[in-house]
Design a protein around this ligand. Structure first.
Ligand SMILES: Cc1cc2nc3c(=O)[nH]c(=O)nc-3n(C[C@H](O)[C@H](O)[C@H](O)COP(=O)(O)OP(=O)(O)OC[C@H]3O[C@@H](n4cnc5c(N)ncnc54)[C@H](O)[C@@H]3O)c2cc1C
Length: 512
């Protein structure tokens, strides 16, 4: 039996950061327990290869339930299964979010730490941005963030010009708190290579620490509970069952596996546990609920007038965040249109040959549809039933129509005329139902499942404002599952800021 002061379950984005930060305190023995191995596939570090990584051995490769809102389609959900977690697979976009996104978190928690101002020190601390030193972007942090310059594709440049012609401000990246506008995307790339969270935080010097143990190939099967404490972790390693004991447990298994592991351990909604044949030890009615994700319409496709050279970045090079009516009006964005320097379409359409077309992607920034997930049995091998309830609300459908209309408006502007031979998709759409039917077939996941262990100060919330699981004294959840509502853009930066804030407070508490 192995014994530690702190056991971190999951060495993904949040877990890898926490392993490095918490082991700065040499008086604490820290272990990180990861189901996957160390990443070795060289394609991981090639930014343009990111879409091809899905389905490989280090992807958990989930499937959702068939979605009535997206023409009955089943969606593949990629999740990283190795040290570095989903930061090995992601598209490298770094977007903090809009201040009003975090105002909703303060409202949910009553805790100013989770507001824009409260999280700003953490955003600054994690980043080493090429704009750093300007008072708003971080400088000298572990994670390189790069606002590209000359590498931006001429198609994306024309897209930016088209956005500006619509009146959208030319913002300097998406990370200053002003998101309405158009800009190249900021990326976690350095010298042309992806930087994973493991690369950034688990450096050789950190890995050499005597008080940090990284256990790979160890799947935590369940938490053994004794009254109000986790007494041990029951894991399966390469050589069979392993028991791991720690004073403090930090669950960083991500938005799918964190709630699933808690459910397998007897924590969750009573009806869900009963149906899965698991005895309920701690009732947590909202665990697994509040599941949310961004969708992107893929895509509003254009035949190119001349050859589109492959992206030198990661294909999705620029995003325009907009209001749905008056596109450039101030405030929190409602819709997004992105420029894909490739023929990006959902599986419902046949993509034209590479180099002959480009796509404008479109979506809703803060969807109101909420889904849920549940275990179907007590063992890790029993499938997890995932129902994101995509496009469930009329609000989301209305905004999605507006996003498609905005993409088509941008796509038809003279600034893109040098590139546009003609629109291939969707083509003529006469009725609302034709528009909805196209959106339902075009929508793909933007890969941001979250919210299944939501933070809050209400009794039903899964974790309290300190990220402590309600009902247990020594378990915190720190990963994408605690996000109570989506940020307007991709969520990785926000997850890292949550983890950094938790680490800062934990180190300060240990020192006092
Ligand atoms: C294809 C793709 C593209 C994306 N693009 C972007 C983007 O461009 N920008 C952005 O901001 N976000 C993006 N995201 C989302 C972002 O990567 C994730 O939200 C984020 O990495 C999740 O971090 P996490 O710490 O919550 O979980 P993860 O990073 O998924 O880490 C969870 C870890 O826990 C491990 N684990 C799970 N269960 C167990 C268990 N029982 N025992 C032991 N270990 C376990 C897993 O193997 C994994 O390593 C993308 C995601 C994907 C998949």
């Amino acid at each position: 039996m192995a014994r530690y002061d702190v056991a971190i379950v999951g060495g993904g984005s949040a877990g890898a950061l926490l392993a490095a930060r918490l082991s700065e305190d040499v008086s604490r023995q820290v272990a990180v327990i990861e189901a996957g191995g160390e990443p070795t596939d060289p394609d991981i570090w090639n930014p343009a290869a990111w879409p091809a990584l899905q389905g490989r051995s280090y992807d958990w490769n989930y499937r959702t339930k068939a979605q009535p809102g997206t023409a009955g389609r089943v969606h593949s959900w990629a999740r990283g299964r190795a040290i570095g977690g989903s930061s090995l697979l992601h598209a490298m976009g770094h977007m903090r979010g809009h201040p009003e996104d975090f105002a909703a978190w303060v409202e949910a928690t009553g805790d100013a730490r989770w507001g824009w101002e409260g999280l700003l020190p953490a955003f600054m601390a994690i980043e080493d941005h090429n704009l750093g030193g300007d008072g708003i972007h971080g400088k000298g942090g572990p994670l390189p963030v790069y606002l590209p310059g000359e590498e931006v594709s001429p198609v994306a440049r024309a897209f930016i010009e088209a956005g500006a012609a619509l009146g959208l401000p030319r913002v300097r990246g998406h990370n200053t708190g002003e998101m309405i506008g158009v800009t190249p995307n900021s990326l976690t790339i350095r010298n042309g290579k992806r930087v994973t969270v493991a690369d950034a935080w688990l450096t050789p010097a950190v890995r050499a620490r005597k008080n940090l143990t990284i256990l790979t190939g160890q799947l935590v099967r369940r938490l053994k509970l004794e009254r109000t404490r986790v007494a041990a972790l029951d894991a399966i390693g390469p050589d069979g069952p392993v028991e791991i004991v720690a004073d403090e447990i930090i669950l960083c298994a991500g938005s799918i596996e964190s709630p699933a592991l808690l459910m397998r351990s007897g924590i969750g909604p009573q009806d869900v546990l009963a149906a899965a044949g698991v005895a309920c030890k701690i009732s947590s009615p909202d665990l697994g609920r509040n599941l949310q994700d961004h969708l992107l319409g893929a895509g509003n496709l254009y035949a190119a007038r001349r050859s589109v050279t492959p992206s030198r970045l990661q294909h999705s090079e620029s995003m325009a965040y907009m209001r749905a009516g008056d596109f450039a009006a101030n405030g929190r964005p409602e819709i997004v249109v992105g420029c894909g320097v490739a023929p990006i379409v959902s599986e419902c359409f046949t993509p034209p040959a590479a180099g002959t077309a480009y796509s404008l992607l479109f979506g809703v920034t803060n969807p109101s549809s909420r889904g849920s997930l549940r275990i179907t049995g007590a063992e890790p091998g029993d499938p997890i039933s995932i129902d994101p309830c995509y496009l469930q609300t009329e609000r989301d459908r209305t905004l999605f129509r507006a996003a498609l209309a905005a993409a088509r408006e941008i796509g038809g502007l003279p600034e893109l005329a040098d590139w546009r031979a003609g629109e291939l998709l969707p083509g003529p759409l006469k009725t609302k139902s034709e528009i909805d039917s196209f959106i339902a077939r075009a929508a793909i996941t933007h890969h941001h499942p979250s919210g299944t262990c939501r933070i809050g100060n209400d009794d039903r919330s899964v974790v309290d404002p300190d990220l402590k699981l309600r009902g247990l004294d020594n378990l915190h959840v720190v990963d994408g599952s605690v996000i109570p509502s989506l940020t307007a853009g991709p969520i990785h930066a926000a997850i890292l800021a949550i983890a950094e804030t938790f680490a800062r407070d934990s180190l300060a508490a240990a020192a006092s």
